[in-house]
Design a protein around this ligand. Structure first.
Ligand code: NAD
Ligand code: GDD
Length: 325
């Protein structure tokens, strides 16, 4: 039986990944500061631990794991990452975790490690045209991420790759492009646009108005969680190290995202554009490299994932769940 460690197993992607690995028959240990918020973890063993502490990381890696998934990070959407208010904690906490994981894995002789980097590493000047952003993997340098979150991810990519060169870690690195789905943050200040828009649409009365940060013409692509897991597992079990984009290339404006969500909800809503943290003007996953190397591409359109995410969030709004911010 394959033995797998998931760091960040209490989070959105980590908790879904544990469920997937269990369904494959793996033995799974999950580690996080907290249990998953919305459903019990499927892990065989769930350890509550702070991975900023080197001894906790050494303890977490005390078995000859076949695969380690490093997803633990201080993370959030534009309202968390782009205000500047959390820069120090994001850089410090996530870098500490990654340094500890690389060191402990090398000392324990653990080989195969997946690391979740981000589209936020790409240079800001390549993402000024909302219709034609450049997020090709080889455009990362010369580096100029638009957030400290992006700089930390870029540092950690390089740090893990140096451990691969010098200590034999078999790194697999993905740059995620805005992953969404049920059981993700939706009301705690860390929610990303798909969840935030679903919540605002669910809370609004038909004929009413919802607030959107910026003019809504900024573009993004959004990848549904199940598709993300397919990409992660395929990359981790391949001979290709990356870094490689895991995202959707169905680019939409935020206004379009609002319209799609309103249509799914069966509501007619007005958009009120307000100042807010907007990040880069345009971003889209370039999937040429992953298509070539792994034959992977998302299978379903954005709308499909939006339907199940809207249903899940609307259900929570309808049941009167309090604001968790
Ligand atoms: P998440 O916030 O839901 O999960 C991260 C988990 O890490 C949380 O459960 C958190 O408690 C845990 N964690 C943070 N600090 C810790 C510590 N000191 N010790 C132990 N656990 C700690 O985020 P997610 O959306 O599941 O993202 C997973 C990974 O993917 C992160 O590294 C994130 O930066 C990366 N990523 C995600 C997206 C996305 O759109 N979701 C995009 C790009 C990159
Ligand atoms: N979160 C949020 N909430 N965003 C909104 C809202 C709202 O109510 N209204 C409009 N937006 C706009 C944001 O201003 C931004 O321009 C766009 O929607 C997308 O916002 P997010 O989904 O929050 O973040 P992002 O795509 O800019 O960056 C996220 O994805 C990266 C990977 O692609 C972040 O989560 C990063 O941490 C992550 O690495």
């Amino acid at each position: 039986m394959k033995q797998v460690l998931v760091l960040g197993a209490g989070g959105f992607i980590g908790s879904h990944l544990v469920t997937r690995l269990k369904s494959e028959g793996c033995w799974v240990r999950g580690v996080d500061l907290k249990y998953p918020r919305y459903s019990p973890s499927a892990a065989d063993e769930f350890v509550i631990a702070d991975l900023r502490e080197p001894a906790n990381v050494r303890d977490a890696l005390d078995r000859p794991f076949d695969e380690v998934y490093q997803l633990a990070a201080d993370m959030g959407g534009a309202g968390f990452v782009f205000t500047g208010a959390h820069d120090a904690e994001i850089m410090h906490n996530s870098a500490m975790i990654n340094l500890n994981v690389a060191d402990a894995a090398a000392k324990r002789g653990i080989r195969r490690i997946f690391y979740s980097s981000s589209a936020c590493i790409y240079p800001r000047e390549n993402q000024t045209d909302p219709q034609d952003p450049n997020c090709r993997e080889d455009s990362a340098y010369p580096a100029n991420p638009d957030s400290e979150y992006g700089w930390e991810k870029l540092f950690s990519e390089r740090m893990f790759l140096s451990f691969a060169r010098n200590f034999g870690l078999e790194m697999r690195i993905a740059r995620f492009h805005n992953i969404f789905g049920p059981e993700g943050s939706w009301n705690d200040g860390r929610e990303k646009a798909p969840a935030a828009i679903c919540r605002k649409v669910a809370e609004a009365r038909d004929g009413g108005e919802i607030e959107i940060w910026g003019d809504g013409e900024q573009t993004r692509s959004f990848l549904y969680i199940d598709e993300c897991l397919d990409g992660v597992l395929r990359l981790t079990r391949s001979d290709f190290a990356g870094p490689v984009n895991i995202g959707s290339d169905e680019m939409v404006s935020i206004n379009r995202l609002v319209d799609m969500t309103s249509e799914i909800a069966g509501k007619t809503l007005r958009r009120k554009h307000v100042p807010g943290p907007v990040g880069v003007r345009g971003r889209n996953s370039d999937n040429a490299l992953i298509g070539r190397e792994l034959g992977w591409a998302p299978a379903a359109p954005l709308r499909d994932g939006l339907v199940s995410t809207y249903r899940w969030i609307a259900g929570r709004v309808d049941s009167g769940e309090a604001d968790a911010a």
